[in-house]
Design a protein around this ligand. Sequence first.
Ligand code: HAM
Length: 451
Amino acid sequence: MINKKSDSSVKSKKASAKTGDSKTGKKKGGLFQVPRGMHDILPIDWLWWDRVEKVIDDLAERYNFGRIETPILENSGLFQTTIGKETDIVRKEMYTLKTKGSDLLALRPEGTAPIARAYIENRLSSLSQPQKLFYYGPMFRHERPQRGRFRQFYQAGFEIIGGNSDSVYDAQVILIFDRLLRALKIKEVELSINSVGCRICRPNYKRQLQIYYKRHEKDLCADCSRRLKDNPLRILDCKKESCQSLKEKAPSLLDKICAGCTRHFKAVLECLDELEVPYRLDNYLVRGLDYYSKTVFEFFSEGVDVGALPAGGRYDYLIEAIGGRPTPAVGGAVGIERLVEVMRESGIRFPGRLKKEIFFIHVGELAKKKSLKVIEELRSAGIAVAEALGKESVKSQLRVADKKNVTLALIFGQREVYEKSIIIRDLKLGLQESVTLDKMTSEVKKRLKIK
Ligand code: HAM
């Protein structure tokens, strides 16, 4: 991997020098550890992750978005052309690599540019328009890890590409994220919204910003001094205190955008009012990617500070920038780790449903051997079976069963082997019954209400 040297990589080396070797990825004790800024998702975490994925799938289905999956690697030029050469993502955060054939590829830092590429390459414009697409997968940015910020993180995104630039589509994208947060019971969120204008009115706004910030150049941070020339809008997004306080008197976008953009923006707000999606106008909201035009938005949790939750906007020039026909588009994406963190921290629990699963208990060596085939029969009939065949005592098997939220246990001992029967025990009621093996599967299905 080639990574342009950045402040963060220098710091990360210093930090890991204390705890281990950054080259081998080993800790002091000689054990390998997960790469910095990345994390494992353990079975216990899937309680949350599954819920999020399921809600996203359900919403996509109900709101008529079709799933799209693009490769994790793309030509790095795709991101330079779309996200912008001067953005932090492209300048400092992309993981790029040279292949044996000398192609320069990048681990995707986001999903919109790859989907725009796929839209053109697969001629999705020849299908009914607009195309409503959603995706879910890992993204990579070599950022400084902190709360809610990872180097590998999962994003779910919704994009509406093609058709016309109707404000109703902007509202539909925002609505689906509002519904996602509601379905996950994430409350106390604020939606900030703004319009960053179009290619006709934005250059004029940029110039006014440059004039304003030029007067205060000495108070800008080093990054913003550089941004002043090529990307003054990004100064509005700088989190450093000196730059933040200058923002208060900077010219505001909403006063400067053209009549067409104002009309478009007003119509978006009217749709949101109609849908009863509350929002806050933020005249200075801009985004860290250069491809946006007109609407931009970000949702934040008011209680848990992990950074933006869903965020996005309109990108009417992106497809054209990579060789497609002019194609209006709007979309957004949300980091799954951030959603999970907010749910955990806010104590959001989903009622643990009783699983349609049984626990198989064997008693003795012979029964253990014969269990293998009996369990296979159940599983091939579509029944989920948990067991602890490696444990001998019934007590220790019951301890494992106890931790699982199962209603039924099957008990199989030497007597049952000879009698070709099995005991079905209802763990909630404490009642049990012996059935012959040939009736076992149908009995279990009946009790679990599996068809
Ligand atoms: P973005 O603002 O860079 O936009 O990322 C969207 C969301 O991804 C963020 O609001 C956050 O929830 C999550 N996210 C971003 N970086 C990280 C990170 N390092 N760790 C954890 N979560 C993170 C985009 O990526 C655009 N492609 C969104 C879009 C779609 N615009 C139009 N369509």
